[in-house]
Design a protein around this ligand. Structure first.
Ligand SMILES: [Zn+2]
Length: 192
């Protein structure tokens, strides 16, 4: 039976690197994979999954209103694939996560989704909340805080390094940077 996997992490944990390596392992063995990423993330140019360590691959992009089940079904009609990889899965809508689950159940294709668990205010992204509810298996892609503890939270900073405590969940193209921290140091940074 195929499964829906959710690989979650905080920012800068290297989840895109893990995704691209996993996809490469299939392709090295002569199997095809289908890569998808959110259109909302223009950071690496349209239709690419890029890792901070310098590797990247072409990917189909999904918009908030796209039917991702139909996208996977259409790809399958062009030839067999071993599995589907979805990057920036936190940007999936609740409905789109159900569409992924339907692809797993009805098309019998494994789907591996990679995404951030919480935003800079410590709140679940809608896509991640639904994946936490529906995934068959979950794995954490780990990174560490400056103190050496596991980082599970993220802060948004302005260009002067000041912590931003309010604002939209998704901010594209600004001068903000993100720093991953353990919960204790996130609380200190947020003044909470
Ligand atoms: Zn810490």
């Amino acid at each position: 039976m195929a499964k829906l996997y959710f690989n979650y992490s905080t920012m800068n944990a290297g989840k895109s690197t893990v995704l691209l390596q996993a996809s490469h392992n299939y392709r090295e063995r002569g199997m095809q994979t289908y890569l998808m990423t959110a259109a909302i993330d223009g950071r690496d140019g349209d239709g690419r999954i890029a890792s901070r360590i310098g590797i990247s691959e072409q990917a189909d992009t999904f918009q908030p209103d796209d039917d991702v089940f139909a996208m996977i079904d259409n790809r399958l009609k062009q030839g067999q694939i071993a599995c589907v990889f979805v990057d920036e899965a936190q940007f999936l809508s609740e409905q789109q996560v159900w569409q992924l689950a339907r692809a797993v159940d009805d098309l019998n294709i494994p789907v591996l989704a990679y995404g951030l668990r919480v935003d800079f205010q410590g709140k679940l992204f809608p896509g991640s909340a639904t994946l936490l509810a529906l995934a068959d298996e979950m794995r954490e892609v780990r990174t560490i805080c400056t103190c050496g503890r596991k980082a599970t939270m993220v802060i948004r900073q302005d260009q002067h390094g000041n912590t931003i405590t309010e604002g939209a969940q998704v901010q594209i193209g600004g001068n903000e940077t993100y720093v991953s921290l353990c919960r204790k140091h996130w609380r200190e940074a947020m003044g909470a």
